[in-house]
Design a protein. Structure first.
Length: 234
């Protein structure tokens, strides 16, 4: 299932100029960062290690400018941003849902800087209410060192100790947390009730108390993150 998509148009490898433009996109960011924010972070994470150190520093300044809604002088990262796509090549990036997991499908036909710029400018175009969280998601992507997969999605969403949670954990975190801890998604449990339910479920999931060894660590990680979400919301 397609969750998010973005086209980035960029100069061809043999072209004497360096240009980048945005194409069609499906970038849901509500609630932030949404699937759109995760995809933009995945695009950055896939290319940022290939940038020269001075360009990484410039990217940080660009994200500051985009977050503040300031006018962006050109060029940035040695590429000129434009609207016209004539003569440019296309890279298409997608975030896909497969059952309870998400998968990044990121193309790298253009220069790494062009891909990173496309994601950054797309984040800057997000409405002001959601833009800060989406920009922070890109900052997390800049710090990522690892494969572009489910663990990256958890990192971008701000979740710790997770590998491959349900897609719902990223789009409706509170609803996901209530379900993981066995609450009705229309309820608002008290802090003490959340803690009691968490302890009981962790105990039943632990192999020392009869839980299956396979998948126990993942289950306990999910329970821990669900508790964190509900306690933070309270």
């Amino acid at each position: 299932m397609l969750l998010a998509e973005l086209e980035i148009w960029h100069s061809r490898p043999i072209a004497p100029t360096r240009r980048v433009a945005l194409g069609e996109g499906l970038l849901p960011v509500d609630p932030p960062p949404g699937f759109g924010g995760l995809l933009l972070g995945g695009i950055v994470a896939a290319s940022v290690e290939q940038l020269e150190p001075d360009l990484v520093a410039e990217l940080g300044r660009l994200l500051d400018d985009l977050a503040a809604g300031r006018r962006i002088p050109q060029p940035r990262l040695r590429h000129r941003f434009q609207v016209d796509r004539i003569g440019l090549a296309r890279s298409r990036h997608r975030l896909l849902g497969h059952g309870d997991s998400v998968e990044f499908d990121v193309e790298d036909r253009g220069a790494p800087a062009a891909q990173v710029l496309g994601a950054a400018y797309s984040a800057g175009a997000v409405d002001a209410a959601h833009r800060p969280v989406v920009i922070e998601t890109l900052r997390r992507a800049v710090r990522w060192r690892g494969p572009v997969g489910p663990s990256l999605a958890a990192h971008l969403a701000g979740a710790t100790g997770a590998r491959s949670w349900s897609a719902g954990a990223f789009v409706h975190p509170r609803r996901w947390a209530l379900t993981v801890l066995g609450f009705n998604d229309a309820t608002t449990p008290e802090r003490g009730e959340v803690q009691r339910r968490f302890r009981a479920l962790v105990r039943s999931a632990h192999p020392d108390h009869g839980g299956a060894s396979e998948g126990a660590a993942q289950r306990i990680s999910e329970l821990s993150e669900a508790r964190r979400i509900l306690l933070a919301a309270g």
